[in-house]
Every structure is written in C-alpha cells, then in structure tokens.
Design a protein around this ligand. Structure first.
Ligand code: HGY
Ligand code: MN
Ligand code: MN
Ligand code: MN
Length: 414
C-alpha cells in the first residue's frame, strides 16, 4: 500500500459533536429513536452536509439515504461505507453515527485532495438499525438486501401503534427509489466503521479491531398470561402469577447465555407488566428475548432449551399460557476475506495496533454481507460501554478508524 492518506480528525470530531446535539441528553448521551422528529433532524443535517460536499443524494422506499461521489469509470461497482443515525433511548454520541460521519469525512478528504477514484463511492445512512422502537432490527439494510420485504417493514408498529410507513412520511424520508437498487449494480465492497461497544480493544490497549464476523441472533416477543387477582385475598398456592413465570423465563434466558460462553448472550431488555398495579397479581406480562451465539447450532440449541423450559412451566400450571413468536433471526455472519485483509493492511500501513474482534452486536454490515463483500473496522470505546449515555471515545481513536476506512476504501475504488 502506497503511503497511507489521512482524514481530517478535527473536522470529524467537530462534525460528531455538532450532530450529537440533535437529541442530546442532559447526561451527555443521545436519544434519536428511529423515524422520530429528532431522527428526521439528524437525517436532514447529514443530507445537508452531503450536498455541501457535492454528493448526489437519493432516498429509497424504506428511508435509507445514499450519498454518492461519482468515479471516472461508471462501469465499476460502487464502493460503499455506512452505518446508522438512529439511537437507543439512552444511546451515546458514537454508536452508528460514527460510521456515517467517518464515511462523509472520507469523501470530504477526497474532495480536499482533489482525488478522483475510478469507482463511484457512496456513504449510506441505514434506517432503524437499532430495532428499539420498531422491529425488525437493522430494518433498512434488511429490506435493501432482501432479508425481509418492504411491506413487512413498512407495516411494523411501535408500542403506540404508530406504523413505519406513516412515520417515514412524517419526517419526509419515504423515498421513491425501490430498495436494493444501486446505480451501476451492487456494491463492489462495503465497509462500516463502528465503536466496538465492548471491552476488548481497550483491555489490549489497541486502536483497531479487524472484524472477522458477528454473532447470530434470534429475537422473540413473549406473552405470559396467568390470572389477575387480589394481592391480599389470594392464597399463595392458588395464584397464576404471570410475572413470577416471566421472571423464571428471564432467569433461564440469562442461564442460556452463560451456558454457551464465551460468545453466548441472553437478554430480556423490554417488559410490560399488566395491569401494573401494586395490589393486583399480574395477569399478563409481555417481554422481549434476545439470544445470540457464534455458532448457528448453539443458537438453535438455546431456542430448543428455552421452549422445553416454557413447556415445563405450562405443565406445572395449566392456567398459565406462554406464547413465544420469533421476530428476528440471522445466522452468525462471516465477513469477506478481501475486505478483512484491506482493513488489516490499512491498520498495518498506518502503524496502528490492531487485533481481530468478533462483533457481539449486529450491524448493517451483517445484512450487506449477504449481497456484497463487506468488512468492519472497530475502534475502542471507554470501558467498553455502549447503549448507555456514558458512551465515550477519543478523537484520536475515531480519527484512526476513519484513516483505516479511507485507505481500505481507496484500495477497492482505485
Ligand atoms: O442489537 C444490536 O446488536 C444492535 O445494536 N442493533
Ligand atoms: Mn450501531
Ligand atoms: Mn446499537
Ligand atoms: Mn448495531
């Protein structure tokens, strides 16, 4: 690799800090739920910056934003970069938006240096990567790559019954372009820069994570139905307590994650208790289950074990009803060897300490890897914390990841 080029780290940091004010929280985090008014504002600012950089912007029917810098050879497939603008409710200033702005910084740098690449290059902001307000997770990249249909995604509703289709329109991002269409044919390569969201790089005091792949995931919606009754008059052995049953399932989900260590994960993050009254035994409990593993067989074994456990609960109490519906599934993902090598070579050429780090998180790159060569670049985050307002990263690490992104992309676009 010829002498590596560098992005403008100060401009990248300032861009992230300015963008982070949209949905900024008192604790220093960011709340920009997918397709909310604030997500709309965050999108608008990104589109404004892209147009300022002379990029051609198009929006597809699920609201994915593509900002394109033409190359000298239109027959070459586009080299793409991207991530997401939406956040968790108590999200941080870097999850997702870092990959979008690092991509924009790469194109701003090419403009500064007057570099013309042969292949066109695009930076993409994918719709609803987080899956916090609307399921499925990684929605925009999932529709784009055919993991599920546009209709399925547009019909998804949040807890208040508001639909993706209407919320997209409300913020002005119901695009015309049908998803999956890229002028000049599918991506020649896709790279996503992202904070690691875990503790590995920081523990090893290294700057770049070369990502070989990501854990497989299965998400479920579970409804436990028991019987509401009076907390004072109902003897303990005559109860059909939905919350007691749900908490046993929570315990089991966590035990499954531990059983399939080191990469097994089991989480119940969302729960609704009804009628949610101090002195009424809960009759209905609705909650989420998120299980993950590095091996697809383990993921299946976790599901089978959980279903057995639930059957046992219902056998022990005939009045208890448990309905479990799978809402997300994708197998463990292995990124493209050439993309992985480009990331590693760029880190080496830049003299940046690096190591392989498997992603515990899902990313849009996981779906893109189904249709195009894809790779990821991780940088450390403070204490490995993310999906938390305390999420933090250093300007130096964020710049280093964007230097790697620039040189990996140039290798494929030249
Ligand atoms: O859940 C995840 O892994 C990602 O943050 N959507
Ligand atoms: Mn993310
Ligand atoms: Mn996230
Ligand atoms: Mn993610």
């Amino acid at each position: 690799m010829s002498k590596p080029l560098l992005i403008n780290g100060e401009r990248l940091w300032n861009t992230l800090m300015e963008h982070g004010r949209i949905g900024g929280t008192a604790k220093g985090g960011v709340c920009r739920l997918a397709l909310s008014e604030l997500d709309g504002q965050g999108r608008d600012l990104f589109v404004h910056w892209c147009k300022e950089a002379g990029l051609e912007v198009r929006i597809d029917a699920i609201g994915n934003i593509f900002a394109r810098r033409e190359g000298t050879d239109p027959s070459r497939p586009v080299i793409a970069m991207g991530s997401h603008i939406d956040t968790q409710p108590t999200g941080g200033k870097f999850d997702g938006i870092y990959g979008v702005m690092a991509g924009l910084e790469v194109l701003r740098t090419l403009n500064d240096k007057g570099i013309q690449t042969k292949a066109p290059i695009e930076v993409i902001a994918w719709t609803n990567e987080e899956g916090s307000r609307f399921v499925p997770v990684m929605m925009g990249s999932g529709v784009f790559t055919g993991a599920f249909t546009l209709e399925h995604a547009l019909a998804a509703t949040d807890v208040d019954g508001l639909a993706v289709q209407d919320e997209l329109r409300k913020i002005g991002y119901a695009g015309e372009v049908s998803p999956g269409q890229v002028p000049g044919g599918m991506f020649g390569a896709y790279f996503e820069a992202h904070i690691e969201q875990g503790p590995v790089l920081e523990a090893h005091e290294l700057t770049i994570g070369v990502v070989p792949g990501a854990l497989g995931q299965r998400w479920y919606d579970v409804v436990v139905t028991g019987q509401e009754s009076h907390a004072g008059t109902t003897p303990m052995d005559l109860r059909h307590d939905a919350l007691l049953a749900a908490s046993r399932i929570v315990e089991k989900v966590n035990a499954l994650g531990r059983h399939f260590a080191p990469y097994g994960r089991g989480t119940v993050g969302y729960m609704q208790v009804l009628p949610n009254s101090r002195n009424t035994i809960p009759g209905t409990v609705k909650f989420s289950v998120d299980i993950r593993a590095l091996d697809d067989g383990d993921l299946l074994a976790m599901e089978a074990d959980l279903k057995d456990f639930i059957a046992g609960l219902q056998k022990a109490d005939a009045r208890l009803q448990v309905d479990m519906k799978q809402v997300v599934y994708f197998p463990p993902c292995h990124f493209d060897e050439a993309c992985i090598e480009s990331v590693r070579a760029a880190a080496q050429a830049l003299g940046l300490g690096h190591m392989d780090v498997v992603s515990g998180a899902g990313h849009d790159a996981v779906y893109v890897a189904d249709v195009a060569p894809a790779g990821m670049i991780f940088v450390p985050c403070k204490d490995g914390i993310s999906h938390n307002e305390a999420e933090d990263a250093t300007p130096e690490h964020l710049a280093a990841g964007a230097h790697v992104l620039l040189n990996a992309v140039l290798k494929h676009a030249s």
